[in-house]
Design a protein around this ligand. Structure first.
Ligand SMILES: [Zn+2]
Ligand SMILES: [Zn+2]
Length: 219
């Protein structure tokens, strides 16, 4: 594989540090918040440059306890981050909301405390890292070949068994970064929906024209 040596480990380390800090903040500042929605389990694509870059990012809403004034929560958030070695800033934004920011080793965290409601938004992200060298995105293997077709099926005329969208090779985007017009970013072949094959009995008359070998066969 063409992985840049250690890049994935470095990204995972940053993601774990980010998650640990967010969990500490959330459980301290807005106890009772369900942490299962803090999607920090796998890195996501930031941009589709070649090579694509990945980061971990998460966003979750908590509720400020009724007994804690907003200003106290802001102070506590800043103190927790500073104590853990984060570079801290606070900024008042519109409608009396205050944003506490933290930066550490490329990671960033924002705690947005509403001035109008008890809502507290926590968000964080790691820096974006390339996990492979340029030009290493590979066309995936086809999900069906003439040898592995289900009886009564034919290879999808659109993707030829690939299953992935044949226009973008399953990336969902073109190399210029635009959403793929064929699959609309869905990554699957829009005709067979990823199956790579089509049931002969369900082909429309139009679709049958792609298969000259079916001419004269019963519909
Ligand atoms: Zn297909
Ligand atoms: Zn596509």
């Amino acid at each position: 594989m063409g992985d840049i040596s250690g890049a994935r480990e470095e990204l995972d380390r940053l993601g774990a540090a980010l998650r640990a800090q967010l969990v500490e903040l959330i459980t301290d500042l807005t106890p009772g918040t369900g942490l299962s929605l803090l999607f920090l389990d796998a890195p996501t694509v930031v941009d589709w440059a070649d090579p694509p870059r990945y980061h971990y990012s998460g966003l979750i809403r908590g509720q400020r306890p009724a007994t804690v004034p907003a200003a106290d929560l802001v102070e506590r958030a800043a103190a927790l981050l500073a104590a853990a070695g984060w570079e801290v800033g606070t900024e008042e934004v519109e409608a009396g909301a205050v944003v506490v920011t933290g930066h550490r080793q490329g990671n960033s965290i924002e705690v947005r405390v509403s001035g109008r409601s008890s809502s507290v938004m926590f968000s964080g992200q790691t820096p974006a890292l390339a996990l492979s060298g340029p030009g290493e995105f590979r066309r995936p293997d086809p999900v069906r070949t003439p040898e592995t077709l289900t009886p009564g099926y034919v290879l999808c005329y659109e993707c030829d068994g690939l299953g992935a969208c044949p226009e973008c090779n399953g990336r969902g985007r073109l190399s210029n970064g635009h959403i793929c017009p064929e699959c609309n970013g869905g990554r699957f072949c829009p005709i067979c929906r990823g199956a790579g094959q089509l049931a002969v009995s369900e082909l429309s008359p139009f679709q049958r024209t792609y298969y000259p070998e079916l001419r004269g066969a019963p519909e």
